[in-house]
Design a protein around this ligand. Structure first.
Ligand SMILES: Cc1ncc(COP(=O)(O)O)c(C=O)c1O
Length: 405
């Protein structure tokens, strides 16, 4: 077989079938537009899944990619490098944290966070303090530990014995959290907005109650900001707007704008429990990823960009309200900043995939979050013209699925 001749069908012939990609094959992107191999253009409201927050082929990121790419890509953690040290300093200047550990994905950042929490509890209190509290519908990644901690059993079933000492509580249920968090609790892990679980924001009082319960019982509070972080909700990290500061924060996705990088941020006192050899990675903290992430962080932490997240978020909510006025498809639009979920009403229950497919037919890339929620996670700097064009196309897609009313 000629390996130059490939198409969407080749996927079914050569790939492990754990994904079901769209019928078209994206080939090139610029800003909030993507072109497929047939030359058709799409307006991008998906950004991968909340990853390419500065759009595609951002000129300043390309410059860093080329500069660092011609200097040093990889050196291993037997050495340090200047880009990773600059990135750590930058992230620490923008957050509560004063120590960073770099990985290659959100799952690995969470794996590090959970292992650190277990190690801290073990060192301070002994092996009985090992329980991890998580929430139903949460998502923390696909390694076996993170998928077991995640609150969607369909992702952890069928792989043999699940790691012990994990419990799941209802999200936003303060009383249940107060009852369950106790001396046996090692850590509580929570998303400030549940992304994969349906774009469900945490109630600030719920997060405060988690903080208080953790403090009362010597447990660590971990915020999984893999999806909410790096500007997505309108502040650099979502915790800033909640009145609650975690002990450990995980960040990935938009951190590299598509270059795979994740990080676990924490305090000096907790970090001290990861002594030499206790945890590690081959690629984490490589100079190429770190240089790119440093530029991403510099660009997104600009107050004008963060303010733009809030105004674009409001513009999208207004557009969704207008679509709903015409088609009566949603019973709720929720989320924060540019992480927006539109919950389909009973008439369209289970049909999020149909809307997604119709959107693609009309040249729009968007996301779903479960069978009933349409999810929007566009570039934080999406041009207004693209946003308007995207919604003009979406209106046609909605005509196909929901008909004119
Ligand atoms: C909140 C959250 N945590 C963790 C992950 C896993 O990240 P990754 O796919 O980079 O491992 C995701 C991915 O969707 C996520 O949304």
């Amino acid at each position: 077989m000629n390996d130059q001749t490939v198409s969407r069908q080749t996927f079914d012939e050569v790939m492990v079938p754990c994904f079901s990609p769209a019928p078209f094959v994206p080939d090139r992107g610029e800003g909030s537009r993507v072109w497929d191999t047939a030359g058709r253009d799409y307006i991008d409201f998906a950004c991968g899944i909340a990853v390419t927050s500065l759009g595609h082929a951002h000129p300043e990121l390309l410059k860093v990619l080329h500069e660092q790419g011609s200097k040093l890509w990889h050196i291993g953690n037997g050495y340090t490098n200047e880009p990773v040290l600059r990135l750590a300093k930058k992230l620490e200047s923008l957050s509560f944290a004063d120590r960073a550990f770099f990985a290659n994905s959100g799952a690995e950042a969470n794996e590090a966070a959970l292992k650190l929490a277990r190690r801290v509890a073990f060192d301070r209190h002994g092996e009985q303090k090992a329980e991890i509290v998580s929430f139903t519908q949460s998502f923390h990644g696909r390694t076996f530990f993170t998928v077991s901690v995640g609150g969607q059993p369909k992702y952890s079933e069928g792989f043999g014995p699940i790691p012990q000492g994990i419990i799941h509580l209802p999200y936003n249920d303060i009383e249940a959290a107060k009852r369950a968090i106790g001396p046996q609790t090692c850590a509580v892990i929570v998303e400030p907005v549940q992304g994969e679980g349906g774009v469900i924001p945490a109630d600030p009082d719920f997060l405060k109650a988690l903080r208080e319960a953790c403090d009362a019982h010597g447990a660590l509070l971990i915020f999984d900001e893999v999806q909410t972080g790096v500007g997505r909700t309108g502040t650099f990290y979502a915790y800033e707007d909640t009145g609650v500061t975690p002990d450990i924060l995980t960040t990935a996705k938009a951190l590299g704008n598509g270059f795979p990088i994740g990080a676990m941020l924490t305090t000096e006192a907790l970090a001290a429990h990861f002594k030499v050899g206790v945890h590690g990675t081959t690629y984490g903290g490589n100079p190429l990823g770190a240089a790119i992430a440093h530029k991403v962080v510099e660009l997104i932490s600009d107050p004008a960009v963060l303010a733009g997240v809030r105004t674009r978020g409001e513009a999208i909510r207004a557009k969704l309200a207008a679509l709903n006025e015409r088609f009566d498809v949603f019973n709720e639009v929720r989320g924060k900043g540019l992480l927006i979920g539109a919950q389909l009403n009973a008439r369209f229950a289970g049909r999020a995939k149909d809307f997604n497919a119709a959107a693609a037919n009309h040249g729009v890339m968007m996301l779903i979050a479960g069978p009933d929620v349409l999810r929007f996670a566009p570039s934080l700097i999406m041009p207004e013209a693209d946003l308007n064009e995207g919604f003009a196309r979406l209106e046609k897609a909605f005509e196909d699925v929901a008909g004119a009313r």
